[in-house]
Design a protein around this ligand. Structure first.
Ligand code: PLP
Length: 384
């Protein structure tokens, strides 16, 4: 009986345990202590970004972004429908309106032509999602945003350690948001980061994150007492979790390299099926250096997808799919009353399959790829 392959397995071990033990022996356990600050400085240098703030999650970094950009009732924010709910909730929580645009069928990132079509006088920002750790078409999106005076927010939850033309994702727009959830490449359990190259946005972010106060300036000795100066909440990550990130960042090359091995082993094993026109494999455009966050492929129909997922489950390979497009979710239909048609979004989300991918799988991945190929041959009966 071949081994059961779980869908995900966080790459944490003795080093992380030691880092946490050391952190809890320190006098400061709350956030913005010396460990958090050193992680933020590390990120600023590594990513070449002027300001990095650790946050409690990417969801919260996205919420901070919409507060910092002043999104409010009447404002429209263009984003893919093919994304995680947090991308849209951040806008909805401010009273703004998410406007969904379609995606490219090969990378599943925003289709810039469709984004352009959806710009109105109410549009304030575009949120790009770098799906699977592969960059959206950033030059085109940044050009479009500049032309219409729009902000660009990068939901780079899946794109930590991935690049576009040699610049790190999350540092290209006005604001970038990272996730360190345990399903992501680099993790501290639950966590995130807010990145910006803009000093004005950084100053707002610092206050929003610290309950709407200027306590951060106080801690730097710039003012002699701190007070309530803006809207805000509590988005600061504990130093204990930051200690976990210190260790994870030391492993980022090995994490990316091993995930790449898995990704390529799957790609090679499934290439004959793609060449025969029976499945569609993912694309990494030349402008993008992936972090290999997700391996996905597409089958011809939703019925085949169900059959393949069932067969993989029976064989002990925990594959999965996502997203229910936000425009066709209960909230999208009943509350946002979204009526647009997004053909690529619907087709891709109906036919997508994700395979397990994490560093510990590298040694076994060629074998798992062959098992998947065999299962696919038995369960896909006609070509695309
Ligand atoms: C994981 C994810 C998020 C949310 O990240 P959290 O850190 O869990 O809040 C947001 N957007 C996308 C695209 C994601 O994949």
């Amino acid at each position: 009986m071949p081994s059961t392959i779980p869908f995900n397995s966080p790459y944490v071990g003795a080093e992380e345990a030691a880092a946490v033990a050391k952190a809890i022996a320190q006098p400061i356990l709350h956030g913005d202590g010396p460990i958090s600050r050193s992680v933020e400085v590390y990120m600023e240098q590594w990513l070449q970004v002027r300001h990095a703030f650790l946050t409690t999650s990417c969801t919260h970094a996205l919420e901070m972004a919409m507060i910092a950009l002043g999104i409010r009732a009447g404002d429209e924010v263009i984003m893919p429908s093919f994304t995680f709910v947090s991308t849209a909730n951040a806008v909805v929580l401010r009273g703004g309106t998410p406007v969904f645009a379609d995606i490219r069928p090969d990378t599943l990132t925003l289709d810039v032509v469709d984004v352009a079509r959806r710009i109105t006088s109410a549009t304030k920002a575009i949120v790009v999602v770098h799906y699977a750790g592969v960059s959206a078409d950033m030059d085109e999106i940044l050009d479009l945003a500049r032309k219409h005076d729009l902000y660009v927010v990068e939901d780079a939850a899946q794109a930590v350690d991935a690049r576009y033309k040699n610049r790190y994702l999350g540092t290209l727009g006005d604001i970038g948001c990272f996730s360190f959830h345990d399903t992501k490449n680099i993790t501290c359990g639950e966590g995130g980061a807010f990145l910006t190259q803009r000093d004005d946005v950084a100053q707002m972010a610092e206050r929003i994150r610290e309950k709407g106060t200027n306590r951060s300036a106080f801690l730097r000795g710039e003012i002699d007492k701190y007070s309530w100066v803006s809207q805000g909440s509590s988005y600061i990550q504990s130093d204990i979790l930051a200690a976990l990130l210190t260790t994870q960042f030391e492993k980022r090359d090995i994490i990316r390299t091993r995930r790449k091995e898995v990704w390529e082993a799957y790609y090679d094993a499934l290439t004959p099926l793609a060449d025969a026109g029976e499945i569609i494999l993912p694309t990494i455009p030349p402008h993008s250096s992936s972090n290999y966050h997700i391996f996905f492929f597409r089958v011809p129909s939703p019925e085949q997808r169900s059959r393949v997922l069932d067969a993989l489950r029976v064989e002990g390979i925990q594959a999965t799919f996502h997203y229910v497009p936000l425009h066709s979710s209960p909230y999208g239909r009943k509350v946002l009353k979204y009526e647009g048609v997004l053909p690529n979004t619907t087709k891709c989300s109906d036919t997508l399959i994700r395979l397990p991918i994490y560093p510990q799988l590298a040694a076994e991945s060629a074998d798992v790829g062959q098992r998947v190929a065999t299962i696919l041959k038995r369960n896909i009966l006609y070509p695309v």
